[in-house]
Design a protein around this ligand. Structure first.
Ligand code: GTP
Ligand code: MN
Ligand code: MN
Length: 366
């Protein structure tokens, strides 16, 4: 058996080992999880490139139809590197990968995970705290760690914000925002984007996109909406950003990774009345909500950008730039060969410009 393992390690995709793995039906979910853990760990160490490679490999597995039962099925698949293959092989053979188990048990990984789950805490801050010897949420409070207002809110609502948001809750928040915009600017539309638009049953937050059919009317809308929601005691925390996008400036340089868009937006925590689940005793639950305002002419781009998944967006933008010499972001699509912006009134039209078949939201969960 050892010998055949050895052979396999050396001979990926050879096709000479067809027998191997027969009778071992295997769900690729375990390998995906293992690869995602390594992606996360690489991110914690600041190795973005390595993190991306593991994420890609995990998403290739996710896209495989059915179950993975033999190693050579992976043979011709691009996007799965040497290291990822080794992990998949370990999981196939033993059900676990020692490297991944080691990571999961390490104090650094566990602490980084704990800290980065605080709203407003990124890898850099978490890493600094770890280095300073902080290990628990109580440590943060007791040692008088300096926290931003956002991090304080994140810590205060830590458990709620790390409890998945149900679709029904997202819809209820969406309705509350609908109500608010109808008071502030009738005719404004509110669209549920993010994972919920992709059909996911739950998510980590609620992403809502606002626009008005008459160009320009949306300016200044967000602060009025937020004030009204606040006056109704629906908001526990918020910070807003103004729109800083000007089309005349030209497109963002291609290849910039995960460039934040420049829409007027609000990062907030809502106070949602609940009957059941965690928080039922209090009667409410804290929920993260992103509100984004897009002018109507940019709406299809904003919708495409905010529907995700993050990985799908990254791949789509990469395709646009590498295969089409176009720059795609949440504001516009720019054709660098012809030196012009390609307008669109729907997501379908954006895919057409890119020469791609339309991918409905439910198929963007890669
Ligand atoms: P869950 O919220 O975990 O359920 O998943 P999600 O897919 O909804 O993730 P998230 O809310 O983080 O983001 C939704 C989409 O909006 C993703 O495709 C992100 O790329 C995009 N997004 C989130 N924040 C920003 C941002 O600041 N700028 C831009 N341009 N896009 C963003
Ligand atoms: Mn989301
Ligand atoms: Mn979001």
């Amino acid at each position: 058996e050892i010998e055949s393992r050895h052979r396999l390690r050396g001979g990926w995709g050879g096709g000479g080992d067809r027998e191997w793995g027969r009778g071992l039906p295997y769900d690729s979910a375990l390998s995906q999880e293992a690869l995602e853990t390594l992606a996360e760990e690489a991110g914690f160490s600041g190795s973005e490139g390595r993190s991306l490679a593991f994420t890609r490999a995990a998403s290739v597995l996710k896209a495989l139809p059915g179950r993975l039962s033999t190693l050579e099925e992976l043979g011709p698949l691009p996007g799965i590197g040497e290291h990822s293959r080794r992990v998949i092989q370990d999981v196939l053979e033993d059900g676990v990968c020692a490297e991944v188990e080691r990571v999961k048990l390490s104090e650094r990984y566990q602490t980084m995970k704990l800290f980065t789950k605080i709203f407003g805490v990124g890898v850099r801050t978490a890493s600094r705290w770890y280095q300073e010897g902080l290990r628990t949420l109580v440590d943060l409070q007791e040692r008088g760690t300096k926290l931003t207002r956002q991090q304080q809110a994140g810590l205060r609502h830590y458990d709620d914000l790390n409890t998945p948001v149900e679709r029904g809750e997202a819809e209820s928040i969406s309705r509350a925002v609908q109500g608010a915009v109808q008071r502030c600017l009738p005719g404004t539309s509110v669209t549920l984007a993010g994972g919920f638009r992709r059909g996911k049953p739950h998510g980590h937050d609620v992403d809502l996109l606002l626009t008005h059919p008459e160009a320009g009317r949306e300016a200044g809308l967000l602060s009025r909406v937020v004030s009204w929601l606040d006056s109704q005691d629906l908001i526990l925390y918020q910070h807003s950003q103004e729109n800083s996008y000007a089309l005349q400036e030209g497109p963002e340089p291609p290849g910039g990774r995960d460039v934040m868009d420049r829409f007027e937006r609000c990062f907030s925590i809502f106070r949602l009345e609940v009957q059941g689940g965690p928080g039922a005793a209090r009667g409410w639950k804290a929920v993260r909500v992103d509100l984004v305002v897009a002018p109507i002419s940019q709406f299809p781009f904003a919708l495409l950008g905010w529907t995700g998944s993050r990985h799908f967006e990254r791949e789509l933008r990469r395709f646009a730039s590498h295969e089409r010499k176009m720059v795609l972001n949440s504001h516009a699509l720019y054709d660098s060969r012809r030196n012009l912006f390609l307008p669109a009134v729907s997501e379908e039209e954006i895919f057409q410009h890119l020469g791609l078949e339309y991918v409905p939201p439910a198929q963007r969960n890669t």
